[in-house]
Design a protein around this ligand. Structure first.
Ligand code: SF4
Ligand code: SF4
Length: 341
């Protein structure tokens, strides 16, 4: 395992981090075992979020008494100072720590999000205060909207940027990563397996290792999957012609049905929460159907409001069959819900 600086934060972290979503579906003892295995195998950087159910609590439990050995990043969806302050205090409690290394404002995707976080009484005010109090060491941002992510980087308000990056979603490597590098920002790659869509972990990591200053955050749900991810790092990285062809094949096969969570399709004039509903199949695979049904209930119930006006499809830059995909996800949600009864 190689260790490196996370851009201008100066935080020393492992070249691959740990994404905190898949441990949601694990029993606490298993989650602790997986996290400890990750640490034993050299992973020192753990990324989670207030919204990831008990993920923070499990990380807090796994590393109780080892705070200085690891670097913790967490995040909030909240946009106003009051709620962000509450989330920071809650994260500190769950993580059993008195400081968070990196606190990120999560999924700043639209202009209204940027306005809200930077307004008086907005999220940035609360994080800056927490920083001044020593509760937060560095402030970062995450997004799924490329144009907005570039804009956020150029504000110079953040020390890191986290954006999806994998061989299906390669777009960030140009303008976004370049702009971040120019500012010596830390670059974090969420969804290194495209949210579970890429089932070839070795190929996914091979692609990512071509970009050694971009830190991937794969989520692992077993000791074996930790061992597998780490095993891809201790060797020379060779991307062959055959590998590239295989990556292209995935892109072609998935391209017509892959939602980038960019939110260009929103808002829906009839109140459908399009982007989160589009991700239901991925959420269910990562969290387990039982947790996903509970977690996604509000967004999936909103699908019933669809009036089939087609506006979302006109706005989607990837020309996805949004209505068809929403319907498929709603059917899946219904099946999972029925399974719970
Ligand atoms: S087609 Fe349905 S989901 Fe899309 S914008 Fe119209 S009402 Fe909303
Ligand atoms: S449906 Fe299209 S516009 Fe909407 S989030 Fe997905 S990729 Fe973006």
């Amino acid at each position: 395992m190689r260790y490196m600086k996370l851009g201008k934060t100066g935080l020393k972290i492992s070249e691959v981090g740990f994404g905190g979503i898949p441990i949601i579906r694990l029993h606490v003892d298993t989650a602790v075992a997986v996290l400890r295995r990750a640490y034993e195998r050299g992973i020192t950087f753990y990324d989670t979020a207030n919204i990831y159910r008990d993920s923070e609590e499990k990380i807090g439990r796994a590393f109780d008494g080892m705070r200085k050995e690891i670097v913790i990043a967490t995040k909030t969806f909240q946009r106003d100072a009051v709620h962000v302050t509450k989330h920071i205090e809650n994260s500190l409690r769950m993580l059993k720590t008195d400081y968070i290394d990196l606190y990120q404002l999560h999924q700043v995707a639209q202009e209204k999000d940027l306005l809200a976080i930077s307004a008086p009484g907005g999220a940035l005010e609360a994080v800056t205060k927490a920083h001044d109090q020593g509760k937060v060491r560095f402030i970062g941002v995450t997004s799924h909207n490329l144009g907005m992510a570039v804009k956020l980087v150029k504000t110079d308000l953040f020390a890191t940027v986290q954006f999806p990056f994998n061989f299906i979603e390669q777009e960030p490597k140009d303008e976004l990563h370049r702009a971040a590098r120019k500012r010596d920002m830390g670059i974090l790659a969420m969804k290194p397996f495209a949210g579970g869509v890429i089932d070839n972990a070795e190929l996914a990591i091979k692609f990512l290792r071509q970009h050694p200053d971009v830190i991937p955050l794969p989520g692992c749900d077993s000791v074996a999957s930790v061992d597998q991810v780490v095993s891809f790092y201790g060797r020379e990285n060779k991307v062959t012609k055959k590998d590239r062809e295989l990556m292209d094949k995935y892109r072609v096969e998935l391209g017509r049905k892959f939602c980038h969570r960019c939110e260009y399709c929103q808002p829906c004039p009839h109140g459908v929460m399009i982007t989160p509903a589009m991700a239901y199949n991925i959420v269910a695979a990562r969290m387990s159907p039982a947790v996903a049904v509970d977690f996604s209930r509000v967004m999936m119930e909103s699908v019933k409001l669809c009036e089939e006006c087609g506006e979302c499809e006109e706005r989607c830059p990837y020309e996805l069959p949004v209505q068809e995909m929403l319907k498929a996800n709603y059917d899946l949600y219904e099946r999972h819900r029925a399974g719970l009864k």
